[in-house]
Every structure is written in structure tokens, then in C-alpha cells.
Design a protein around this ligand. Sequence first.
Ligand SMILES: [Ca+2]
Ligand SMILES: [Ca+2]
Length: 330
Amino acid sequence: MIRIIVLLGYLLWLAAAVDAQSVKVSILVDLDPTSTERTVIVESITADRDGRLYVPDRVSGNILRVDPKTPKPVVVAKIEAREKDGKKMPAEGAGIAFNAQGDLFIASGSFGEVVRIRKTDLNPERPGIAETFATGTEGANGIVFDRQGNLFVAGGRSGRVYRVGPDGGVAQTAVQIDSFVRKLPDGKTEQAIVANGLDFDAKGILYVADTARGAIWKVEIGSDGKGGKPILLAQNPLLEGADGIAFDSSGKLWVAANERNAILTVTADGAVQEVAKNGSQGPLEFPSAIVFVGNTGYISNYDTPRRDNMAADGKTSIDGIGAPIAQIMP
Ligand SMILES: [Ca+2]
Ligand SMILES: [Ca+2]
């Protein structure tokens, strides 16, 4: 009898442990329910003041809006492809953020620009067309506004973080992260992006995700807009693939580690904790960014076929559902 009770207790504990792992991340919406392949590709996510989510689709150039209460994507704006050497060059929208006025900004690495869509042009009836806001931002990836309305733009493998004032124009280099290249466990793929996701803490200190090192840098920004020397807050194999970052309302930093299919937190003293992780089946499929609305974190999945997101066939990312938005409740 005692044995049975012990066994039952163990089974209950096991069920609770499994439950705690599995309830944390779920799918809010599949951005392409008809396919598990990368017909929609989203690298970043943000939210407006009403808690509605926005993601730029790199394939179509469309800006999709999703209301978490009725999660169906609608097109509210578009970044039109440009011509280069007689070929179509898509914007491949990366980082996305609102300014205080409610205008929407998207980084384009291929244009080397940040583009803007005015608040009044975010309209499902008549989707607005993005226009150039900032130039001189080679490798433009993660973006974030400071409290004064200056825009900071991560420059990917260049290691630069650019800054441009509230009116846009030519961006200036504010921060420099040293170059670094990491070889992935496959022995072939090289990861060289050292300035990726960005966010500010409540004190106005800038944080930079270093995808290549598996690290987070913090940088104090002076009143002249120039950054001081970057300080390494955390470097840890758990952070390999660190992509989008965001502070929650309690001041804890959250990190999407894309190639590990994992979500982590980093404390103010640099302690790294893994909150969620899964294999190629999802719900995390190469998570690229996270944004908080209240206490819920919404995660965009980029679904690159690499490392822990490689499908069972060893070639593709067809395991899972493709390009969903996932949600996590701490
Ligand atoms: Ca899908
Ligand atoms: Ca997948």
C-alpha cells in the first residue's frame, strides 16, 4: 500500500513537473496555417498601446497586425521591394518598434535603412507604404527608442549600434561591439552577428544581444548620445543564438536564443536562467524576438533550419508549424 502511495505521489509530481514545462509556451497564432514551411518569415515583434501585435513578413513585405484577443493576422502596411541591378530587392524587415507618437518603424538590413509608417497609415482598409526614415544603418537589425525619442539601431555583424534623432536622417555610430565569429556544432555554419536585439532598462542603460558570443552587453549612453565602453553582463553557452531581448515589467531581461529554441532570463547581476526550451517540433521554432503586453510575452518564430530547430530530415525546418507567434506567461 505504502509503495502504491509513493508511486502515486511520484506520478503526481511527474505530471506537475511536465505540466509546468508544457504550459509555459503555447501557440497564439499560426501565420500561415496552410504550410509548415517558411512561406511567412518574421524576425521581430512589437505591440501598440492597445496590446495589438505587429510583425513584418520578410517574404511579402507586409506588416501584419494580430489582436491577441481574436488572433487573426491582418495586413496594415507594406514595405515595397526596390530594384537593384535589375532585380527585386525585398526589405527583409527585421527589428520593429513604435515611437511615442504611435508611428511604426522597421529596420531593413538589405536597404541599410530604417523605414517608417505613420500611425494614420496603419490601416487594414488601405495599407500604408513605408518610407525612408533613417539611412547609413548598414546591417540594420534590432531597433529601440530611448525616452527622448532617439532611435538606436543594431548593425549586426558590423558590431555598430547607430543612433538617429527623432526626425530621422543619417544615423551616427553610438556604440561599437568588437567583432567575433562562432562556429556552430555542425562545424560549418559561422555566426558573426554581434549587435542584434536591443532594449533599454528603466535607468536608460542600453542592452545589446550578441548572437555570436552568446552574450549580453550593457552600455551607458551619455547626454551627447554616445555610448561608453560596452560592459559584458553575461556570456553563457545557454545564450548562443541570443536574438531579440525585452525587459518585463519587473525589470527582468528576457532573451530569445534562436538556434537553441529557447527562452531565457538574465538578472541584473548577470545570472542566466533557461525558462523554456523545446526540440524542432515547437512551439518555439528558432525564436527571434519577444515583446511583453502586461505579463504575457509574445514571441516571433523565425524558423531557420539550424541547430536545435533542424527538422528530423536533417535538412529543413518543416517540423512544427512554421511561422507562428507563441506566447509565454511567466
Ligand atoms: Ca504554418
Ligand atoms: Ca519548423
